[in-house]
Write a protein that binds this ligand. Structure first.
Ligand code: HEM
Length: 150
């Protein structure tokens, strides 16, 4: 497995790209959904798009990111021991991971609310919230690439 480290790293990054694309696009659909009349054609179309984006792309990609990330942790540990898990860069990375999964769960709950016509959040809220996953990604990517603090 150790010899496949670079392959796993590449697959991890590809899965991250797919997950991030969904995390950035879904709130945009919610912006349009706020303008749709409940029960109307646009409402139905957006419900279907949101369900597919989450079910076919985002959730499977998030699972792939997690499984490949855990594999990288396991391989890293074989090479340099488990101590790296407590290094500042890894703590920041893993904290970002927890927050990103939390944000995924929040978006998923919001989809169910839109589907039952119970969304109460504004178009402005969804437009602004687009920044959250990208800000988290900046922290996570730079922490693994710089490995600051050792
Ligand atoms: C879901 C749980 C995740 C786990 C367990 C995880 C774990 C890891 C590990 C152990 C590495 C190798 C670090 C090293 O160079 O020693 C890595 C690399 C990387 N991770 Fe993650 N990761 C996760 C999610 C993410 C997310 C959400 C992003 C971006 C938003 C991300 C971006 C990256 C990048 C860009 C690299 C490559 C760094 C490099 O080649 O220098 N990871 N990840």
């Amino acid at each position: 497995m150790v010899e496949h480290y670079n392959l796993f790293r590449g697959l991890h990054i590809l899965a991250v790209i797919a997950w991030m694309a969904g995390l950035l696009y879904l709130p945009r659909l919610y912006v349009y959904h706020c303008r749709a009349m409940p029960g109307g054609e646009l409402d139905h179309t957006l419900q279907e798009m949101e369900a597919k984006l989450l079910g076919i792309i985002m959730t499977p990609a998030s699972i792939a990111v997690l499984l490949l990330g855990l594999s990288l942790i396991w391989i890293d540990a074989q090479i340099r021991g488990w101590g790296f898990l407590l290094k500042p860069w890894m703590v920041v990375k893993l904290s970002g991971v927890v927050l990103l999964f939390g944000w995924h769960g929040f978006l998923s709950a919001a989809r169910r609310k839109f589907a039952s016509g119970a969304n109460q959040r504004s178009e402005r809220f969804w437009r602004m919230s687009n920044e959250i996953p990208f800000l988290l990604a900046i922290g996570m990517v730079l922490s693994v690439t710089t490995k600051f603090g050792g």
